[in-house]
Write a protein that binds this ligand. Structure first.
Ligand code: UDP
Ligand code: UDP
Length: 476
C-alpha cells in the first residue's frame, strides 16, 4: 500500500509580517515531519507582488512550493483611502475563487488548509476538497483571546469602546486598556470593526488553532483559552502554541556595507531602529527620531522609509517601502548624515532583520513591537525600546513592558501624537547607559532561554506541533 504524507496548503495574509511566520511553519512541516508544503501568496497590489515573492522564494530554500495567486482588483469594492483593516479582509474574500482553481490543479490535493486571521472564507474550499481546517494565528495568545472574544464584547458593550471608563475585560486574561485598543475597535461604525468581529467568528469555524507563542510565555492566557468557564466555551477548538517561529538567518547580506560597519563596532553598542515591513513615520516624527538618536550619543542603525502624512500603516497601501522615488536622506535634518558619520548607519533597503539582531554589536532595538520583531528580539536577547504605531502594537508594547519586563516604552507627550527627541534620547540612554538596562537585558535572556527550551525536542511547542502533525497523518 502506498504510504503518503499529508500535503499542507498555507494561505497567509499579504504582508511580510504574515508570510514570514507562515514560511517558518511550512519549513517545520517539511523538515521535521516530511510533509509536502505549498504556500499560496496573496498580494495587496501589483507593486508588492514581485518583491515579496522574490524574498519568500529566496528564504524557502526550495523546502516549500510557492504559488503566487493572481492579484485581485478590489477597487470597485472599497474606497481608495480605506484602511488596511478593510483592504486585507476584502482581498482575502475575493481571492477565494483563484485559490479554489489553484487547489483543484494540485496533485496530490492538499489534505490540510492552514490559514490566517481574515482567511477563513477559504474554509469553503477546504470543505469541498475534504481538507482539515486550521488557523495559524501569527501573533500571541492575548491578541487571539481578544480576537475571539470581540464578537461577545460586541453584544455586551454599549457605546464606543473608547468611551468605556474601565479597561476591556477578557475572561481569564489581562484586560485591554482603552488607550491600547486594537485599531479596528476605535470606531464601531467603521467597516474595519465589522471585519474584525467577523474574523473572530471565522476562527471558530476551524478545527484547530495554532499560535505563534509558547506555553511558558503566556501560561495564564493559554489556560483561559482551554478553560470551559473562561474562553474555551467561546472558541471550542483546541489551541496549539507552536512558537516562537521566526525565519532563520539567510546569511545572504553578511557581506554588505552595513555588516562591514557593524563588524567594526563594540559589542552591544549599537541601537537598531526599525518599524517592520509596513509602517511609516510622519515627517515630523522622523525629524524628532533623528535628533533623539543623535542626542543620545549612541551608535545606531536606522532602517528609514519615506514618511507619510501621519505615522501608521500607509506603506501597506502603497507597497512595502512607501515612496522610493524620493531621496530619503532629504527628509532627515539638515547636516544629519555628515554629523553621524561613523556613529550611525542609515539604510532604506530590505535587509534581513534577523541577521542584524543576531549581530553581537546590537545592544537595543527601537521597535514598533510587531510580533515577529518581538520574537526575533527575544531570541537574540535584545531589549526593546517600544515605539508602537498601529494595529495591535500598543497592546504588545504594554505586554512587553509590564508583563514580560523586556522593554521600556516611549511616551507621547505632545497632543500631536509625536514622540519628542528628549524622550527618545532619555529612553535610549536608559537602556544603553544606565544601570536599569542591565535588569531588562537579564530578563530578555531569561525569555530567550524559555523560548529555546519550548522550541527544542521535548519542549512544549515542539511537542504541540508533533501532536498536531500526528493528527494530520491520522486523518489521511
Ligand atoms: N523584516 C526584515 N527586514 C526589514 C523589515 C522587516 O527582515 O527591513 C522582517 C522582520 O524580521 C520581521 C517581519 O519582517 O520578521 C516584520 O514583522 P513584524 O511582525 O515585526 O511587523 P510588521 O511588518 O508585520 O508590522
Ligand atoms: N553610511 C550610511 N548609510 C549607507 C552608507 C554609509 O549611513 O548606506 C554612513 C555611515 O554613517 C558610515 C559612513 O557613511 O559610518 C561611512 O561609511 P563607509 O562604510 O563607506 O566608511 P567607513 O565606515 O569605513 O568609514
Amino acid at each position: 500500500m502506498e504510504t503518503s504524507k499529508p500535503h499542507v496548503a498555507l494561505l497567509p495574509l499579504p504582508g511580510m509580517g504574515h508570510m514570514i511566520p507562515y514560511l517558518g511553519l511550512g519549513k517545520l512541516f517539511a523538515t521535521h515531519h516530511n510533509f509536502k508544503v505549498t504556500i499560496f501568496l496573496v498580494s495587496i497590489d501589483h507593486s508588492s507582488q514581485t518583491e515579496s515573492k522574490t524574498i519568500i522564494s529566496e528564504m524557502s530554500n526550495e523546502l516549500c512550493n510557492i504559488v503566487q495567486l493572481p492579484p485581485v482588483d478590489i477597487t470597485s469594492l472599497v474606497d481608495p483611502n480605506t484602511t488596511i483593516g478593510v483592504r486585507l479582509p476584502v482581498t482575502m474574500r475575493e481571492i477565494v475563487p483563484a485559490f479554489r482553481s489553484s487547489i483543484a490543479t494540485l496533485k496530490p490535493c492538499p489534505t490540510v488548509l492552514v490559514t490566517d486571521i481574515f482567511g477563513t472564507d477559504a474554509f469553503s474550499v477546504a470543505e469541498e476538497f475534504n481538507m482539515l481546517k486550521y488557523v495559524f494565528f501569527p501573533s500571541h495568545a492575548w491578541f487571539l483571546a481578544l480576537t475571539i472574544y470581540t464578537p461577545i464584547l460586541d453584544e455586551e458593550v454599549k457605546g464606543e469602546y473608547v468611551h468605556q471608563k474601565e479597561p476591556l475585560k477578557i475572561p481569564g486574561c489581562a484586560s485591554v486598556r482603552v488607550e491600547d485598543l486594537f485599531d479596528p475597535l476605535l470606531d464601531r461604525t467603521n467597516q474595519q470593526y465589522d471585519e474584525y468581529v467577523r474574523a473572530g467568528i471565522g476562527i471558530r469555524m476551524s478545527d484547530r488553532v495554532l499560535v505563534n507563542s509558547w506555553e511558558e510565555l503566556q501560561p495564564k492566557t493559554f489556560e483561559a483559552l482551554r478553560d470551559d468557564k473562561l474562553l474555551a466555551c467561546v472558541l471550542k477548538r483546541p489551541v496549539y502554541p507552536v512558537g516562537p517561529i521566526v525565519t532563520q538567518s539567510a546569511n545572504s547580506s553578511k557581506g554588505d556595507l552595513l555588516f562591514e560597519w557593524l563588524n567594526k563596532q563594540p559589542n552591544q553598542s549599537v541601537v537598531y531602529v526599525s518599524f517592520g515591513s509596513g509602517a511609516t513615520l510622519s515627517h515630523e516624527q522622523m525629524i524628532e527620531l533623528a535628533w533623539g538618536l543623535e542626542m543620545s550619543k549612541q551608535r545606531f542603525v536606522w532602517v528609514v522609509r519615506a514618511p507619510t502624512e501621519e505615522s501608521g500603516d500607509k506603506a501597506y497601501l502603497n507597497g512595502r517601502s512607501g515612496d522610493k522615488s524620493h531621496d530619503l536622506f532629504g527628509y532627515l535634518p539638515k547636516g544629519f548624515m555628515s554629523r553621524i558619520q561613523n556613529v550611525g548607519f542609515v539604510i532604506s533597503d530590505w535587509v534581513s532583520q534577523v541577521d542584524i539582531l543576531s549581530h553581537p554589536s546590537i545592544g537595543a532595538f527601537i521597535s514598533h513591537c510587531g510580533w515577529n520583531s518581538t520574537l526575533e528580539s527575544i531570541l537574540n536577547g535584545v531589549p526593546i525600546i517600544a515605539f508602537p504605531l498601529f494595529a495591535e502594537q500598543k497592546m504588545n508594547a504594554t505586554m512587553l513592558t509590564e508583563e514580560f519586563g523586556m522593554a521600556v516604552r516611549l511616551e507621547v507627550f505632545s497632543s500631536k501624537k509625536v514622540v519628542g527627541r528628549e524622550e527618545i534620547q532619555k529612553k535610549v540612554r536608559k537602556i544603553m547607559v544606565d544601570k536599569e538596562g542591565h535588569g531588562i537585558k537579564d530578563r530578555v535572556n531569561e525569555l530567550k532561554y524559555s523560548a529555546e527550551k519550548a522550541f527544542c525536542k521535548g519542549g512544549s511547542s515542539y511537542e504541540a506541533l508533533s501532536e498536531l502533525a500526528k493528527s494530520c497523518e491520522a486523518s489521511m
